[in-house]
Design a protein. Structure first.
Ligand code: IPE
Ligand code: IPE
Ligand code: MG
Length: 238
């Protein structure tokens, strides 16, 4: 077995937190109990991310496609976001975790939007221990299209050629990160489901069978350790 190289510590980690619905079903509970348990897991994983000194943790909480779910589930999720913010922000602030939500947040309504803005304000540290980014109402494709629209508008207004390259294009996307080092997906499926399409060009992908509500900080550590053992070549002959 290859040994871990400390130089390979991940900095920017993403997670597709999947499996809440199946977990609820397995435990004869309604779907939203699964989402509730999922929020409790987020709390533990964030603590571990701070312990591991990650720069950022970017979580996929709700996709643009998730709007097609039952109304009851969506209203439960909205309630849960407000409750989770209310309960967890003081503890996050104590840990110096800077919250940043991205995606079509206004679509969640005024109450959710206001809670989010307050949470971001209450955790706006200049030197945070961790940047915790939450994707809500996010879709990778629409993010890229919106970025292109902004560029076209700017070009029309300034009537100049804008210098766009692979790195500067990140500035036109809504996620407050550039390249992700590692992306973890729980729940046993091996797909991206329209998450950070532009950011994962050279990301290491880790798929975990466990459902998100069963995922523990030990499982998270295992994922980070398995990343450290990977050899990244970026297309080079090494
Ligand atoms: C992920 O869990 C959370 C959201 C998409 C909001 P799911 O609710 O998709 O769980 P499964 O995949 O149905 O088990
Ligand atoms: C991905 O899970 C979205 C989130 C975890 C927020 P989904 O359950 O929506 O993805 P699919 O439908 O299995 O691709
Ligand atoms: Mg799912």
């Amino acid at each position: 077995m290859a040994s871990a190289n400390p130089a390979n510590n991940p900095k920017n980690v993403g997670i597709i937190m999947d499996g809440n619905g199946r977990w609820a079903k397995q435990n004869s509970l309604i779907t939203n109990r699964g989402h509730e348990k999922g929020v409790a897991v987020v709390k533990e994983v964030v603590k571990e991310a701070v312990r591991q000194k990650l720069q950022s943790l970017t979580l996929y909480a709700f996709s643009t496609e998730n709007w097609s779910r039952p109304k009851k589930e969506i209203s439960g999720i909205k309630r849960l976001i407000i409750e989770a913010i209310h309960e967890q922000v003081p503890e996050l602030a104590e840990q110096k975790v800077k919250l940043n939500f991205f995606g079509d947040i206004e679509t969640f309504g005024k109450k959710v939007h206001t809670s989010i803005l307050e949470a971001e304000r209450d955790t706006s540290f200049i030197k945070p221990a961790l940047n915790l980014n939450i994707a809500l109402g996010y879709g990778g494709r629409s993010d890229i299209i919106n970025g292109i629209r902004t560029i076209v508008d700017e070009a029309k207004k300034t009537k100049k050629d804008l210098q766009i390259d692979e790195t500067s294009f990140f500035n036109y996307l809504s996620a407050p990160i550039n390249d992700l080092d590692v992306l973890i997906r729980t729940g046993g499926d091996h797909r991206i489901s329209n998450f950070l399409l532009y950011h994962i060009a050279y990301t290491e992908l880790i798929f975990v069978d466990k459902l998100w509500p069963d995922f523990s900080s030990n499982d998270f550590q295992d994922c980070l350790n398995s990343f450290k053992k990977r050899k990244r070549r970026f297309g080079k002959r090494v």
